[in-house]
Each structure stands twice: as structure tokens, then as C-alpha cells.
Design a binder for this molecule. Sequence first.
Ligand SMILES: NC(=O)c1ccc[n+]([C@@H]2O[C@H](COP(=O)([O-])OP(=O)(O)OC[C@H]3O[C@@H](n4cnc5c(N)ncnc54)[C@H](O)[C@@H]3O)[C@@H](O)[C@H]2O)c1
Ligand SMILES: O=CCCC(=O)O
Length: 532
Amino acid sequence: MKSLLAAISTTTKPALRSHLQPTNHLRILRATYAMQHTVPSLSDKSLLKDKTYINGQWIGAKSGKTFEVHDPASGKLIGTMPEMDKEDTEAAIQAAADALPAFRKLTGRERARMLRKWYTLMMENAEDIAKLITWENGKPMADAKGEVNYAANFFEWFSEEAPRVYGATIPASIAGNRVYTTKEPVGVCGLITPWNFPAAMITRKVGAALAAGCTVVAKSPGETPFTAAALAELAHRAGIPPGVFNIVTALKNTPEVGSTITSSNTVKKVSFTGSTGVGKLLMKQSSDTLKKLSFELGGNAPFIVFDDADLDVAVAGAIASKFRSSGQTCVCANRLYVQKGIYDDFAQAFTAKVKEFKVGSGFAGDVTHGPLIHDRAVDKVDAHVRDAEKQGGKVLVGGQKMPDLGSNYFQPTVIRDMTSKMNLAHEETFGPVAGLFPFDSEAEVVKLANDAEVGLAGYFFSRDVQRCFRVAEALEVGMVGINTGLISDPAAPFGGVKWSGFGREGSKYGIDEYMTVKMVTLGGMGMPLQGS
Ligand SMILES: NC(=O)c1ccc[n+]([C@@H]2O[C@H](COP(=O)([O-])OP(=O)(O)OC[C@H]3O[C@@H](n4cnc5c(N)ncnc54)[C@H](O)[C@@H]3O)[C@@H](O)[C@H]2O)c1
Ligand SMILES: O=CCCC(=O)O
């Protein structure tokens, strides 16, 4: 907690505490600095932790080690969290295993009440959780509030699913047999999530797991552990029993924690959201213990605008899909294919909208887009822009780093005249760069869209209903948005195909990822009635 206090007391830059009468220039500087370096003050200060939550206790790493977390907007220290290792992770797994027998025996209705309470507490504390998200992730407060709502809705959704887990009665092929099925919780689950949605990626998994009767060990992202800890505080208040929801925190030790989870025979399921590369590694590591797996991995979403689209709707959809969280979502449009008849109009209208963006600290009221998570992300974005330029792409807006704001900022960028040879066509940028690729025909663009190893989301805009069915069926992705750039919804199944992984989160399917089907056959059931 000391480091947090230290961070708070150093937020007023000494140079700006000038004893000189402020000139206009100084006043502007002061205001700009304050905007960029806000430290949030929480209404409920007990939501800010420097320990993690295992077996219902707030604890540090056994080694006493910690890691630092920095505000991506200012680079300043937010605080520290325990750098946990194999031993700590094994203790968390044991806590989850000990809690499992009693938790799985609760009725679905009893577990539903806990999830519902957790949902209510999240909504009551939405402002504070949003501040934590903005502080450690960088997204603007409005987006962070949207994320809290989205995240809490997974608890609400799965509180409604928990009491409605049904088996089946099955007509047997063997005379005299009677067959039915039940669904059982898979057991202890290991959940590994990324920093881009510090709350929602956790609740989407935990809501389903707890509804099913599983207990969990969640590895929170090294970049954004404070939001996860606040969720744990609310879990405690909601009466989630000790050991049911445990969080392991680590930054440098992440691979060690990951391999402890994946190699444990006590952990029966791993659900991971993150890059395809790490997903493949975790799948290999899980093979010795044959775990049930769900992987939500990287994307490279095609976003197609046909000549017959409504231009305004397509532009609004592209803005929402491409620039949500400054381009750092797995379902962000990555390749924008625009048919030649509408290409120039689209480029002009889209660029005009991007020019209206205001980049800065997520806490500043008028800021629409925050920093990227770290400077490595900025470097990747910069490399994609430089490569596109070198190969003939024309930057219509943006295209540069923003060192005046800090090392993690990149201008929202639109590039036209993109070609398939450019790196952006084949790699997920995960940043605020929209590349516009011209195309001629429907067949051509579907081929281009499907020319990817991954297949998470795909979008297209058209007013031709037959085309809508045709293209939706032809796209090799797990999720399609037609005439919309926003598809995320707790009620809708989220997940990919190809190298974007497998399994579905949210929706009526999400809970099945945490259950196994048990079949029961009763023999000798076809006897005549007694006395007949
Ligand atoms: N499909 C989805 O739902 C979804 C959602 C968010 C992000 N993503 C993808 O994630 C990527 C961006 O996030 P990133 O760069 O942080 O991804 P990443 O795979 O490097 O890291 C994701 C998380 O995995 C953990 N991790 C990293 N290495 C690990 C290891 N060896 N063992 C165990 N855990 C490990 C970390 O905690 C990290 O927070 C993008 O490709 C994006 O598309 C996918
Ligand atoms: O980044 C991945 C998740 C995005 C979402 O759930 O909308």
C-alpha cells in the first residue's frame, strides 16, 4: 500500500507547483498535465488492494516478492501486487479443490443467488471499478463504465442459467433399457485472461464456471491485476465461499504459473483468452493431463463494405469496430475491404470522423481514445504503418507516435490503397490503425477475407438480403456482424474457428464449457406389470 500512497503523493509535478504567478501558458500546461496524470480517488478505498485473494484470505506471495503495475497513460507507478510462483499457485489449486465438494452440491438456485448478489455489488460499485480499469488499462472512463456493465451482465446472465441445467431422457435402442443424462461440473478450473478487458474477460469465464458448480483459480493479467482484486473483494461480500474464487497474480512468473495450472492433475479444465501463440503453448502443456479446454485467441477481422451499403451506417460501424479500446480488442476490424464504387466516399467520411477523436488520458472528460497498453504495442502499430507506407499506402490521418503525451500513445490512423502484400493484411495490429483495401467483387472479397489462419469475427455492410445470407455463410469466422460493428453481448455465443480457438463463452452454450455429460442406463426396465 506504501507504493500506492507514494504514487498518489507524486502526482502533482513539482515544476508545475510554480511559485510564479501563472501565465496563460502555465495555466494551460497545468491543466494538460492534470488531465494526463489523474490519480483516481475511489469512493470505496477498500476496493484497491496490494494483496491477492486465495481461500477467502488476502495474502502475498510466499516468497514476499511483488511486481509493479504502471499507469499506461502516465507511466507512473500505480502499485504493486504479489509475484506468485509454483508454490503459491499449488496452494490456490488446493483451496479450489477443497472448496469443490460443498460448492458443487449446492443447488443451481443457491449458486444463482450468489452470482446475482455479485452482479448487484458490481453495479453498485461501477464507478470505482471503472476508475480502476481506466487507471491500469488506459481506456476512457466512458468505455470503462461500459465494460463494467458488460462484465457484470455475465454474472446476471449466468445467475439465470445456473438453475436451468437440464439433462435428457433418451429412447434406448436396447429393449428394457432406460437412458437419461445429467450434467456435472467439470471440477477445478484454471482461467487465464488478458489485460484488454480487465473485468469482462474474467467474469465471462467465472460466471459460467460458478453457475456450473466449478471452483476456479484465475490468473489475473500482470498489467491489470487491480480490477481483478476488486472483483474478488466483491465476491467476498457476495458470500462466495472461501476457495471457490481464487486469484493468482504474477508478471514475470506468468509462464511458471501457467505451467503449474496446465500440468496440475487437480485442474480439470483450462479456459484461456489471449494470443494464438500462448494458446498453442498452453494446449501442449495441458496434453499430459488431458484437460477440457476453451481457447478464445487472436483475430484479424475482415470488415467489408459493399457498394450497396448505407454509407453512414457503415462508417459508424467501422468507427465502433476498429477503434473500440483504441483497436485493442480481439474482435476489432483489422482489414477494411471497401468496394470500389463506394471506396472514395467511405474513405472521406470515415477519415472525417477519425479526425474528431481526442487522444489522451482516459480520465479527461473529452478524451475519446486512450493510450495503448505499453510501448511494445505502440512499436507494433508503428511498424504496420511504416510497412504500409513503404509499399504504397497513403496515410489519410494520423500515422505517428505521440511522444508529447507519453510513450504509449499513437495517433488514430487511416491508410488507403492497402494491398494484401502488407503486414497489416496478415497480422492482427491490435491498435488504432485502419487500413482500407479496395475490391471489385463479392467472390474476390470473400476469398481475401478467408485468407487468414485465424477466424474470430467478421463484419459486412449491405442492404441486399440475399447477399447477407450468402456472405454470412461463406465467411470462415465464429461470429458475423451484418450492418453493425458491435457484436458483443452476454446472450450471444462468443468464440472463433481456425486459429482463433474453440469453445463458446456467454449465451446458453457458455455453461456447457464447464460441465460434463453423464449418461445413466438402467437395465431390466421393460418387465411386465406385476400381477399381469
Ligand atoms: N478471442 C478473444 O476473446 C480474445 C480476447 C482478448 C484478447 N485476445 C487476443 O489476445 C492478444 C492480445 O493480448 P496479449 O498480447 O496480452 O496476449 P498474450 O497471449 O500474450 O497474453 C494474454 C494473457 O495470457 C497470459 N500469459 C502470457 N503468457 C503466458 C504463459 N506462458 N503461460 C500462461 N499464461 C500466459 C498473461 O496473463 C496475459 O495476460 C491478441 O491476439 C488478442 O486477439 C483474444
Ligand atoms: O477482446 C476480446 C473480447 C471483446 C469482447 O468481448 O467484446
